[in-house]
Design a binder for this molecule. Structure first.
Ligand code: ZN
Length: 271
């Protein structure tokens, strides 16, 4: 039995990139694993266009929280296993405050395995994702928690080294999970076009499976550090992509006003 924590910046990230491995670990594996989710935001600004501005903020946060609960119920992960860190969508920081908060959480939970978004060789250029992965990596790399050596896996990595395979008939699970996030259809419609071919490509990386989800296992012990270096092609790709501007939230003034109000309201909310 292992305790496994999945970090995500927004409520739908795990359904996009970790749905199959979560389903296996939560429901199919003979070992009784404990799965928990750490969601840094509630995705409260995740709608396109100014015509949706009136829904953005606390209302969308509430809706997306329930969408997440619905998706996770498919893995039988109950709402009490999901912790929200109350950062605001688009504004996940990388600073002492978030490091302390996540360190406190991990110290209490003491997981054996952690999944988080890839912050270094990333294929997903959103600041919330980068900072989420950076925080988790920093805490383990700097040894901020004594005797804490969890296995760390990054999703959305440009240089995956671990693949979780599944069959054609199981692929539908991805769509069923995504269907729980009804507010995100506008976003998924584009993403679905690359999601399936990408999983099919990853499936070619392991024997015996048609599709796969891909992860980069990160090594921290000295003798394994070499394994963290990607091969030439992903290194060149990462170098090229890392020179592109990251996606950073640029909200219009009236939404920034909403952000300020929400930040004030959440300031004293402890985990
Ligand atoms: Zn996201």
């Amino acid at each position: 039995m292992a305790k496994i924590i999945f970090f995500q910046p927004h409520p739908d990230d795990l359904e996009l990139f970790c749905g199959h491995i979560m389903h296996y670990l939560a429901k199919k594996s003979k070992k009784k694993h404990i799965l928990k989710i750490a969601s840094l935001t509630k995705g409260e600004f995740g709608l396109p266009g100014p015509e949706y501005d009136k829904f953005k903020g606390e209302l969308l946060a509430r809706v997306r929280t329930h969408e997440l609960f619905a998706a996770q119920s498919m893995h039988e992960i109950p709402p009490e296993n999901i912790t929200f860190f109350n950062y605001i969508d688009g504004f996940v920081p990388f600073n002492r405050e978030i490091i302390n908060k996540v360190t406190g959480y991990l110290r209490i939970e003491s997981p054996d395995v952690i999944f988080a978004p890839e912050p270094i060789y990333t294929g997903y250029y959103h600041m919330d994702h980068i900072n989420c992965g950076r925080v988790v990596y920093y805490i383990i790399h700097k040894g901020l928690i004594e005797d804490f050596t969890p296995n760390l896996f990054f999703y959305t990595s440009l240089c995956p080294n671990y693949f979780f395979g599944f069959d054609e008939k199981e692929f539908d699970l991805t769509y069923q999970l995504l269907a729980c996030h009804k507010t995100q259809n506008w976003f998924f419609n584009n993403l679905k076009m690359i999601l399936k071919p990408q999983m099919r490509y990853y499936g070619t990386k392991i024997h015996g499976w048609k599709y796969a989800e891909a992860f980069r296992r990160v090594y921290f012990t000295k003798k394994n550090l070499e394994k963290n270096k990607p091969s030439f092609v992903p290194r060149v790709f990462s170098h090229f992509f890392s020179s592109l501007p990251w996606y950073k939230a640029k909200y219009p003034a009236h939404l920034l006003e909403k952000v300020k109000v929400m930040e004030r309201a959440r300031k004293n909310v402890s985990l």
